[in-house]
Design a binder for this molecule. Structure first.
Ligand SMILES: Cc1cc2nc3c(=O)[nH]c(=O)nc-3n(C[C@H](O)[C@H](O)[C@H](O)COP(=O)(O)O)c2cc1C
Length: 397
């Protein structure tokens, strides 16, 4: 039998095909759409009442389903790349979104076409091999799956599944020649800027740490050049006091830089899922129970997205004031440098030590200013994207 990792996909289904199925709490299929029937090769009668593992491909690692069930049983949605097998043994890859609903779960699956799936294939192959030869049990394999995802450069699995779903939707849209889904571009921009601010706030913290030694070095130089209590000693003790205040401010700034990334990421995932649902709904009969469930989920997800955008806007506005405070405090570094330079001009002897301090202050100042500019741009990026999303919502209403 072909395995999922070496064999090309053998079943053909189209980009616009979206699979839908609903199960009870044990994973027994209770309803499904025509696409699932056609591609799986089973009749509707064979599918309804059968466990969803009917389409399981044996080379899929158990870890993926372990992670799936632990998420959905806790009421969380999950997205994963899954290779399935049709009735006649052919295989097909999908990106599956599985969501808890009243009385069970439902799933929407789309053909995976982005560049993410090939990265996952080698991870799945290694996981499956270790499960088969008994090196890892299922829970160890789940941990290895999460670690493997981090090794691919994602923060964690939730980050991976959100980015993957967005990439799959973008790739699908590009290939179908459709415009970017309304709102999704804005949410992606928000996520990117939130992440950039987290990284850059950490950079501010590290850069500031590099300046902590400066007052001590300055005092040593002052003692050598002018003895105790000369003007450079005074500059250095002022700078030390300022550094202490600044280090507290930097810590506060760093803390406030977390603008609700988790909430925004979850909202992006469910928003994307809602886009898929909206498309599935079009192909369902209005009287179907699924129609109602999907509609309710869409409303719920739209609410979650609106709330996340509102929260991030409020946090970003408050944070933009903190950026201004931080800028003001950083001008203190500039002041020390200028005063040092003025005092340095009064000495004719060996001032290399002082020159080096002035040079280091200038470098820190420039680096910190550059990072602050990046942060301020990201904050503006968030506020603009949020305004556009808000306008789009109002126009749609
Ligand atoms: C809504 C829903 C959709 C699912 N879709 C699939 C699927 O497309 N392919 C699959 O192999 N398993 C799917 N599963 C998981 C299966 O129930 C099952 O856990 C998996 O096939 C592994 O079976 P096993 O634990 O018996 O090996 C789905 C589960 C749910 C609740």
């Amino acid at each position: 039998m072909p395995n999922c990792f070496d064999e090309p996909e053998t079943d053909r289904f189209e980009l616009f095909d979206l699979f839908f199925s609903r199960t009870d709490e044990r994973g027994i299929i209770r309803s499904c759409n025509e696409t699932f029937v056609r591609v799986s090769g089973y009749s509707k009668e064979e599918l309804i009442g059968a466990p969803h593992k009917l389409v399981r491909h044996p080379s899929m690692p158990k870890a993926v389903f372990g992670l799936l069930w632990s998420a959905i049983q806790q009421g969380q949605p999950l997205g994963a790349y899954v290779c399935n097998r049709t009735k006649n043994g052919r295989l097909y890859w999908v990106f599956a979104v599985v969501l808890p609903v009243e009385g069970g779960y439902l799933s929407v699956r789309l053909k995976s076409t982005s560049d993410v799936q090939p990265q996952v294939v080698s991870l799945y192959r290694a996981l499956h091999a270790a499960e088969e030869d008994g090196t890892r049990d299922v829970s160890q394999s789940v941990e290895a799956l999460k670690e493997g995802i981090v090794a691919l450069g994602y923060n964690h699995y939730a980050d991976f599944m959100t980015q993957s779903l967005c990439r799959e939707l973008q790739s699908r849209n590009d290939k179908l020649g459709r415009a970017l889904l309304r709102g999704l571009g804005g949410l992606i921009t928000l996520n990117l800027n939130i992440r950039a601010i987290e990284v850059d706030a950490e950079n501010v913290r590290q850069l500031f740490k590099e300046t902590v030694q400066i007052p001590y070095n300055m005092r040593l130089e002052a003692a050598r050049l002018e003895g105790a209590d000369g003007p450079i000693s005074v500059i250095s003790s002022n700078h030390q006091q300022m550094s202490t205040d600044l280090s507290l401010a930097v810590e506060r700034f760093h803390k406030s830089a977390g603008l609700g990334g988790d909430q925004m990421r979850n909202a992006t995932f469910v928003f994307s899922a809602a886009m898929l649902m909206a498309e599935v709904v079009k192909g369902l009969e209005p009287e179907a129970k699924d129609f109602e469930l999907l509609r309710e989920l869409q409303i719920d997800f739209a609410g979650q997205t609106e709330e996340a955008v509102r929260d991030v806007t409020a946090r970003a506005s408050a944070f933009s004031c903190q950026c201004k405070d931080m800028r003001r405090m950083l001008t203190g570094l500039e002041l020390t440098r200028i005063m040092c330079k003025i005092e340095r001009a009064k000495f004719t002897g060996a001032t290399e030590g002082l020159d080096e301090i002035v040079r280091r202050l200038l470098i820190s100042e420039r680096k910190l200013s550059a990072v602050m500019t990046k942060i301020e741009d990201s904050v503006q990026g968030i506020l603009q994207a949020a305004t556009l999303l808000h306008r789009a919502e109002q126009n749609a209403a």
